[in-house]
Design a protein. Sequence first.
Length: 202
Amino acid sequence: MHVQLWQMLLIIAYGFFINYDKNGTMIGTSQPVTAGLIVGLIMGDLQTGLYIGATLQLMTLGISSFGGASVPDYQTAALVGSYIAISTKQDASIGITLAIPVAMLMVQLDVLKWSINIFFQNKAEKFAEAANYRGIERMHYCGVLCTMCTSGIPVLLTVIFGPKLVSQTGYQAACQLQEVCSRQLVLDFCFVIYLLRVTLDI
């Protein structure tokens, strides 16, 4: 699929906005199913976008960042997975397979974001002691920009380099990873059943 420039710009803009909405405005565009829907609308393949977004939405059930804990960023993963799957004309399952490692990677970027924002917070406190309200405002905007870049930069890199990296070799690797994960899930399920039988003496 040939991606138009306006589509790339909209995807990148949404990538920067999605984390801001998650931590700021909270109008609902930061949910995985919404991310898949929006990317599907922009790219012209609503079905694939919804399929990926809805599947990742199920993975977020019961997950919340209590006490400031970092959790997998499935909304950015839905955006990246949907874009890659649609732009390279791959099956939706490949988009999901690629999205899950992205969600795990975003955990580390979230930790980095909060670590950087501590610096801005400490500076803002010093500005508050000096009654420098302009400085407080600048630190606030720096924190917002850092938050937006956490999801925006990975999406930007995905739009620029992603489709080129997902070659036939990448497709085969994703298929193999999908098969391994499926087999592992079956083994885990059998192990849980075995533990239940031993524990309950069935």
